[in-house]
Design a protein around this ligand. Structure first.
Ligand SMILES: *Cc1c(COP(=O)(O)O)cnc(C)c1O
Length: 376
C-alpha cells in the first residue's frame, strides 16, 4: 500500500471541506470494520473523549455525540433536539451557513427570529441585547463561528457574554474552525458546539460531532423532532452501549478521523495548526494583493480558514476559465457564495503547506495572462 499522495491526487483541494487529507489518513481506510465489535467501539469512545479534551479543560462538564451525515445533519440534530416545543430561537446571521440554521428551524416549525448583520459585518451586539430584552421568550441563540461564506470570524466570546447574561442556551456552529482555532468552550460558555470530520481535524466526510454541556443536554430527552437525527437518543445509545451508533456508522470515515486526530496531536495541537493556517492565509493574501486582487473582508474580520476575493475588475474575467486553468495546474478553488457581489474563495485548511500556497500564487499569475493583452 504505497500511496503517493500528490501522484494519487491530481489536484490539491483548496476548498474548506472536503479538503486535502494526508496519505496516512487515506491509507487507514483500507480495512473493513465491524460496527458492534469492541475494536471499533473502543475507537469511537476514544474519539469522543479526545474531542472533549480538545474543546475544554473542564472535561467533566461536556460530552461528545457523533452523528452520521455531513455537517448540516449535525446542525439539524442540535436544532431539532435542543429546542423544546415552546422554545424560541434567535439566529445571528451574516452568511449562508447562519441562514441555513434559520432554514432548518423553519422546516421544523420552530419559532425563530433572525438578526441579520449583512455578509460583511459582525453581528450587532447592541441589537442582540435589545432583542433579548424585548423578547424574554427567546430560549436559544445560534451563531456561526467562522462564516465560511466569506471567511468572517465572528466574535463568539463577546456574543456569548451577552447570551449568558440573559441566561439563554448558546449554540455555536464551529464547523470550519474547531481544531484550527484555539478555544475553550467552557470559558466561552457554549452549550452546544457543532463541527464535522472533514474540516480542521482534516478527516474525510461522513459524520459530524456535537460537544454538549451535559447538564443542559440532559434536559432534552424526548424532544427530538426526527428519528434519525434525535441527538439525545444517539447519545444515550453511545453512552450505554460503549460507543455504539444507533444506525450504521461510517466506519472507514471514523477510522480515518482517528488517524487525522493523531496527526493533529503530532503537528503540535491546535495552536500549531492555527499557525500553519495563519501563515498560509497571510502568504495567500499578500501574494494575491501583489497580483492585483482584493479581499472581500477587511483583515480584522478575516479568519485563517478561507478567504473571499473579488473578481478582478476586467470584463474578460470568467470564473470558470480561471478555475479550469488552475485545476489543470493542480489546484481546485471554490466559487463565491456571497449574494450581492462576484467573488471566489480560496481555502487553506487541510494538508496544505506554505510552499503549496507559493506554488498556487505562481499558477494564478500564469493563469491570468488570458485576460490581459497578450505580451508581444
Ligand atoms: C461546512 C460547513 C457546514 C456544514 O456543511 P455540510 O455541507 O453539511 O458539511 C456548516 N456550517 C459551516 C460554517 C460550514 O463551514
Amino acid at each position: 500500500m504505497d500511496f503517493k499522495h500528490r501522484a494519487e491526487n491530481p489536484y490539491l483541494l483548496l476548498t474548506p471541506g472536503p479538503l486535502t487529507t494526508t496519505p496516512s489518513v487515506k491509507e487507514v481506510m483500507m480495512k473493513d470494520w465491524c460496527t458492534w465489535d469492541d475494536d471499533y467501539n473502543n475507537l469511537v469512545q476514544k474519539i469522543r473523549k479526545k474531542l472533549v479534551r480538545l474543546a475544554t479543560t473542564k472535561e467533566e462538564l461536556y460530552t461528545t455525540i457523533l452523528m452520521q451525515g455531513s455537517g448540516t445533519f449535525s446542525v439539524e440534530s442540535v436544532i431539532g433536539t435542543a429546542i423544546p416545543r415552546n422554545g424560541k430561537l434567535l439566529a445571528l446571521t451574516n452568511g449562508a451557513y447562519g441562514k441555513r440554521i434559520v432554514k432548518i428551524a423553519n422546516k421544523l416549525h420552530i419559532d425563530t427570529m433572525e438578526l441579520d448583520s449583512g455578509e460583511r459585518a459582525f453581528p450587532d451586539l447592541h441589537q442582540l441585547e435589545e432583542q433579548l430584552m424585548a423578547h424574554p421568550d427567546i430560549t436559544h441563540v445560534t451563531v456561526v463561528h467562522c462564516e465560511t461564506t466569506t471567511g468572517m470570524l465572528n466574535p463568539i466570546k463577546e456574543i456569548g457574554d451577552i447570551v449568558k447574561r440573559y441566561n439563554k442556551t448558546y449554540v455555536v456552529d464551529a464547523m470550519s474552525s474547531f481544531g484550527g482555532i484555539e478555544m475553550d468552550i467552557a470559558d466561552l460558555d457554549i452549550d452546544y458546539l457543532i463541527s464535522s470530520a472533514n474540516k480542521c481535524i482534516q478527516g474525510v466526510p461522513g459524520f459530524g460531532f456535537i460537544i454538549a454541556k451535559i447538564d443542559v443536554f440532559k434536559q432534552c430527552k424526548g424532544q427530538g423532532r426526527s428519528l434519525s437525527l434525535d441527538l439525545y437518543d444517539q447519545w444515550e445509545t453511545m453512552e450505554s452501549d460503549n460507543g455504539k451508533w444507533r444506525f450504521t456508522s461510517p466506519t472507514h470515515t471514523v477510522r480515518a478521523f482517528y488517524q487525522a486526530y493523531l496527526e493533529l496531536e503530532e503537528e503540535g495541537g491546535v495552536k500549531k495548526r492555527w499557525e500553519r493556517y495563519h501563515t498560509n492565509q497571510r502568504k495567500l493574501v499578500e501574494g494575491m494583493r501583489k497580483l492585483g486582487f482584493e479581499t472581500l473582508l477587511e483583515d480584522k474580520c478575516q479568519s485563517p480558514i478561507i478567504t473571499a476575493f473579488y473578481y478582478p475588475n476586467n470584463d474578460q474575467f470568467r470564473f470558470q476559465t480561471f478555475y479550469d486553468k488552475l485545476k489543470a495546474k493542480g489546484f481546485v478553488i471554490y466559487p463565491g457564495k456571497v449574494t450581492d457581489v462576484a467573488t471566489f474563495r480560496i481555502g487553506n485548511i487541510g494538508d496544505v503547506k506554505p510552499n503549496d500556497i507559493e506554488n498556487l500564487l505562481k499558477a494564478i499569475e500564469e493563469s491570468m495572462y488570458w485576460i490581459s493583452p497578450q505580451p508581444q
